[in-house]
Design a protein around this ligand. Structure first.
Ligand code: HEC
Ligand code: HEC
Length: 338
């Protein structure tokens, strides 16, 4: 129900809203109804961001000794070179193939839930469960990772500094908190944020046409907020089954796996579109290689519209303007404790 309501709201904005006078100003006003600039970080009451936690979390994110076989780290699948995502549709974990495509962790802490089907509450919950998941780091128990880190003197010191009140600072929960704090700083502002703050020259004419089209055809009904997504669940394939166009080999039932409710079949989290031009392949199964194709398929299955070549080109130009700068500290892998 909520789903349809949102789509209807978007239709109200279709067509006549943009007049010829001051088109930039009107586009800006309209855009501000749906989007807001990125914050400096994504704070959490339960896990306050401190420099000590962030620095430790950064090391742990790249630490292969966090996995059962010392072979993979978070950064194996969320690689700097690929804007903290993976070029493989599905990547091999420590013990098992991942079920879905690895999204970028840049800005991901700002979403309402984590994972394509929302089965992780926040980045800390996500990191904690990654430690023992066979398709992730594959440790047999939380204790086994804790023991391993306790044998590395520099980590003993770093955990003490990051969690000064804890008698025993090296715990799986604190590993997750440190990594979570690091992820909460991975914010990538782009020219789109300059535009939203009032600099209408920050986007090119083509990008502005794309933004206008993105609003008018109704993409904003689902992709909105400061991340241009990550605010709600929606069915993938409202007008037609998604696999008709993605040619997906296996059909993923989406949130149905979590709730077992019929209405959640093929429902996924609407993904953020920040940096989307840098993180192919697309969709939960990485079934689509190009952004052009992904955009056209969205028009078809989510809006029942056959977008023209021009419309797709403009929207893709707008989406490229969402490519932001990775924070300086996160542009290079760290040197790890011996
Ligand atoms: C073997 C590959 C692999 C490894 C290793 C891995 N991830 Fe992931 N990550 C994925 C995949 C695949 C998903 C999507 C899973 C899903 O939605 O079902 C994901 C999802 C996420 C998300 C949610 C992003 C979003 O937009 O919903 C975060 C955050 C994340 N991983 C962080 C981490 C951290 C932190 C570690 C290390 C502790 C880690 N990952 C290790 C592949 C991996
Ligand atoms: C009714 C809600 C809805 C509408 C409208 C919608 N989307 Fe989506 N979008 C989604 C969902 C849900 C997904 C995730 C699909 C999946 O499971 O892979 C998605 C995925 C995407 C992706 C792939 C992102 C990635 O990282 O793989 C792109 C790109 C995208 N949408 C762009 C658009 C554009 C452009 C429009 C307008 C033409 C649009 N969307 C309209 C809900 C919507």
């Amino acid at each position: 129900m909520k789903r349809l309501l949102l789509l209807n709201i978007s239709l109200l904005f279709a067509g006549s809203v943009f007049s010829k006078n001051e088109p930039d100003k009107e586009l800006l006003d309209k855009a501000r109804q749906f989007f807001s600039p990125l914050p400096k970080s994504f704070p959490s009451k339960e896990n306050p961001i401190t420099p000590q936690k962030v620095e430790l979390g950064r090391l742990l994110f790249f630490e292969r000794r966090l996995s059962v076989n010392d072979m993979i780290s978070c950064s194996t699948c969320h690689a700097i070179e690929y804007y903290y995502s993976s070029p493989a549709p599905k990547q091999m974990g420590a013990l098992k193939l991942q079920p879905r495509h690895a999204p970028t962790v840049l800005n991901s802490a700002g979403q309402f839930v984590q994972h394509w089907i929302g089965n992780r509450k926040d980045v800390e919950d996500q990191a904690l469960q990654s430690l023992t998941g066979p398709p992730a780091l594959g440790n047999p128990s939380k204790e086994s990772v804790e023991e391993k880190l306790k044998s590395i003197p520099q980590y003993v010191e770093l955990f003490k500094k990051a969690f000064p009140k804890d008698k025993e600072p090296i715990t799986a929960e604190n590993i997750a908190k440190a990594i979570g704090a690091f992820e909460r700083t991975l914010v990538t502002p782009s020219r789109f944020d300059e535009f939203l703050k009032g600099d209408t020259k920050a986007l090119t004419q083509e990008e502005k046409r794309g933004l206008k089209t993105f609003i008018e055809v109704g993409c904003v009904a689902c992709h909105n907020g400061s991340l241009v997504g990550g605010t709600m669940y929606q069915k993938f394939g409202i007008y037609e089954p998604y696999w008709k166009y993605t040619k997906s080999e296996s059909i993923d039932e989406g949130r149905y796996a979590v709730t077992k409710k019929e209405e959640d079949k093929y429902v996924f989290k609407v993904p953020p579109l920040r940096n989307v031009a840098m993180t192919p392949p697309y969709f939960h199964d990485g079934s689509v290689k190009t952004l052009e194709e992904a955009v056209w398929i969205m028009g078809k299955v989510q809006l029942g519209k056959d977008l023209s070549k021009e419309q797709v080109k403009d929207i893709v130009a707008f989406l490229r303007s969402l490519t932001g700068d990775i924070p300086k500290e996160a542009r290079k892998p760290p040197i790890l404790p011996p």
